[in-house]
Design a protein around this ligand. Sequence first.
Ligand code: ADP
Ligand code: F6P
Length: 319
Amino acid sequence: MKRIGVLTSGGDAPGMNAAIRAVTRTAIYRDMEVIGFCRGYDGLLEGDVVPLSVSSVGGIIHRGGTILRTARCPRFMKPEGVREGLRRLKDYDIDALVVIGGDGSFRGALELSELGFPVVGIPGTIDNDMAGTDCTIGFDTACNTALQCIEKLRDTASSHERLFLVEVMGRHAGFLALEAAVAAGAEYVLLPEVPLDLDVLCKKLHYARERGKTHSLIIVAEGVMPASDLASKLKDTAGFDARIIVLGHIQRGGSPSSFDAVLASRLGGAAVDALKRSEFGVMVGRIAGNIVTSPLQVSWEQKKNLDSDMMSLIDILGI
Ligand code: ADP
Ligand code: F6P
């Protein structure tokens, strides 16, 4: 194997640059050349490439975003798009491809793999909604970003004796919401995985008021409903006057935490090692502290469940 490609795809995540750096430097250390495809599968189809060297990936380990930029590429969702991608990889004499992204990006990677092209995936998304790894790159940083914001909100919520609804990212998965809620000592968390019972929530809020609680924080994963809709429902059904804040894309930015920079460095190195030993069609991950490989499809076929103890903690500690 002489020359590999690397791309970042889907939603960006802090630590993707650290992963690009680790892939590039490990590959060069092992006598391979590295080509970066810009803007995910878009750049692959359009031939938007950049050669990567030891120095061109210098000074990026601590930078948020992705120097290769990222995109969602509808063309690649069709068999013809994948076949065109394969042709492009051959045009550029690429022997193998490293895909850094979420489970959508891994589905694209699997399509290439099933056409016989060597591919390895590195899980990067703030959602942490991928099996085959305990944590995806970017999740820890996003939790810390959300935590910092929620701590500030708690100050003003407490001063003004207010109810705040904090909408965090997570359309289908509540990992970020749950982690941030426990870390911030939030009173309630609403998760896409758990059906919302508005009556129960209102009863809890009333009970908290009766006990003399003057402010509350509710963390709402975006997949449950927009925080603005929940605020209206709380007003209409129980007269609660809630302030809302949507943390939004701020959770995707910023320098990676130490945890994410280390995770990305380890997984980047492990991805190249997997290619070197001809282990293809797999993702790398970290499970119970160990770096492991699993088939790409594990990331979406296996269910990664929320920790039920963490969910109970909110009820116990948020009284
Ligand atoms: P993420 O990787 O963050 O989950 P997306 O789900 O948006 O992000 O997927 C990123 C890109 O991966 C898509 O825009 C598309 O180019 C590619 N992709 C997603 N699903 C498939 C699929 N089933 N087949 C081929 N490519 C796919
Ligand atoms: O997958 C990461 C993520 O940030 C989700 O949490 C969120 O729902 C989605 O991407 C937002 O996507 P976009 O950047 O297209 O608004």
